[in-house]
Ligand binder design. Structure first.
Ligand SMILES: [Zn+2]
Ligand SMILES: [Zn+2]
Length: 144
């Protein structure tokens, strides 16, 4: 998704509001329903980009190995210097900037270390292997 900043490129102090969907499936299909909402401001040839990115993150639960999906939210706070485009994550093409890589990097930082399908996921019994969320354990209990 390229954001057209040509309207605010020339005039300093101009603000462009962004409210758009992003497709990150090529980078990582785990991120779906990605939306970016925020603004881009041109301050003396430097674009300041402040936005909120939301998405649904889908992975595998660390405890029960079933699919787990959760909402993620990341803040985007970056600059893009029109005079010297050094930041590799943003590319200016025909007055448009590409936020895909930046959005992906920001969301990746928000992925939790431990992924659970739900907070109180009971996991899999190490002895009989049943998913304890769906079934009662078949192991004999209270024998010792
Ligand atoms: Zn689980
Ligand atoms: Zn068991």
């Amino acid at each position: 998704m390229l954001i057209d900043v040509s309207k605010i490129k020339g005039s300093k102090g101009d603000v462009l509001l962004i409210d758009t969907a992003l497709d990150l499936s090529e980078l990582d299909p785990a991120f779906t329903d990605v939306k970016v909402e925020g603004k881009i401001k041109n301050i003396a040839g430097v674009l300041t980009i402040k936005a909120k990115i939301t998405c649904t993150f889908t992975s595998i639960c660390d405890r029960c190995m079933e699919e787990a999906s959760m909402p993620l939210e990341a803040k985007l706070d970056t600059i893009f210097d029109l005079n010297e485009a050094k930041d590799d994550s943003l590319t200016l093409e025909n007055g448009k900037i590409d936020l895909i890589r930046t959005a992906y990097d920001a969301l990746s930082l928000e992925v939790p270390m431990v992924i659970l399908c739900k907070e109180d996921c009971k996991g899999i019994c190490p002895d009989c292997g049943v998913n304890l969320n769906n079934e009662d354990c078949r192991c004999e209990k209270g024998e010792e």
